[in-house]
Design a protein around this ligand. Structure first.
Ligand SMILES: [Zn+2]
Ligand SMILES: [Zn+2]
Length: 240
């Protein structure tokens, strides 16, 4: 009954047109985006840094990027499933800012399919930890999109999820609103490990929606390592 009411409310709140192409959503199970648009979200297969996963423009690959050579990250490996743009960007923005909660499952399915065969990303992984939101942001949004993604990926991968291992202790302006150089200082000291016993000695994969400069992942991974995590890796749905 409750599920039925929630569904009805959902239908009332979201007019049944695809938010990306504008066509009518008429197939069962379609929410916010039509199946054709979802099908246009594809993995990014171009060369990238073997460590931080940054996509290289044009040729390259096989060697770590300048950032990883200059300042090796506290995570051993990061991979993004796709490039932040077109429908993938629409889907992430809908998820975060338009209450597009149902899209978390589609995005997680996309990310898992794109990254499930990545060498060394999931092997012996023991716990998935989503990048947390500050409690104020969580209250506004009603959910943490990274936690939704982590839960869905965790179900597909058979890896448990710890949504409370990491905590955002300081609210920060959205990374996208800042210049490159400001991003690292913006997130410095913004995260803390709330439950070290959940990560100590374990192989942790941090999950987030978008990778931009990597400052957030570096900060989260550094805290997890300080708390005793055996190894930290990271996976994101999109890379800007
Ligand atoms: Zn569409
Ligand atoms: Zn790199």
């Amino acid at each position: 009954m409750l599920a039925r009411l929630l569904r009805l409310a959902d239908v009332a709140f979201f007019p049944s047109f695809c938010r990306s192409c504008g066509l009518l959503l008429e197939r069962p199970g379609e929410r916010l985006l039509c199946r054709d648009c979802l099908g246009r979200i594809v993995p990014h297969r171009a060369p990238r840094c073997p460590v931080c996963g940054r996509f290289f423009e044009g040729e390259g690959g096989g060697h770590p990027c300048g950032a990883c050579l200059g300042h090796p990250p506290p995570f051993s490996l990061h991979r993004s499933a796709g490039r932040y743009g077109a429908v993938l960007k629409d889907a992430i923005l809908l998820l975060k800012y338009r209450g597009g909660r149902p899209l978390a499952r589609d995005l997680a399915a996309f990310a898992w399919e794109a990254l499930r065969r990545e060498d060394g990303l999931w092997e012996k992984a023991e716990v998935l930890v989503p990048v947390p939101l500050h409690r104020r942001r969580l209250r506004e949004r009603g959910f943490n999109q990274s936690a939704l993604l982590a839960r869905a990926i965790g179900r597909a991968a058979g890896i448990p999820v710890e949504t409370r291992a990491l905590k955002k202790v300081r609210p920060t302006p959205a990374q996208t609103s800042l210049e490159h150089g400001q991003r690292r200082t913006n997130v410095r000291g913004a995260f803390a490990v709330a439950r070290p016993e959940r990560v100590r000695g374990r192989v942790v994969v941090v999950i987030d929606d978008v990778f931009t400069t990597g400052a957030t992942l570096r900060e989260c991974a550094a805290e997890l390592r300080k708390a005793g995590a055996g190894e930290v890796r990271a996976a994101t749905v999109a890379q800007a």
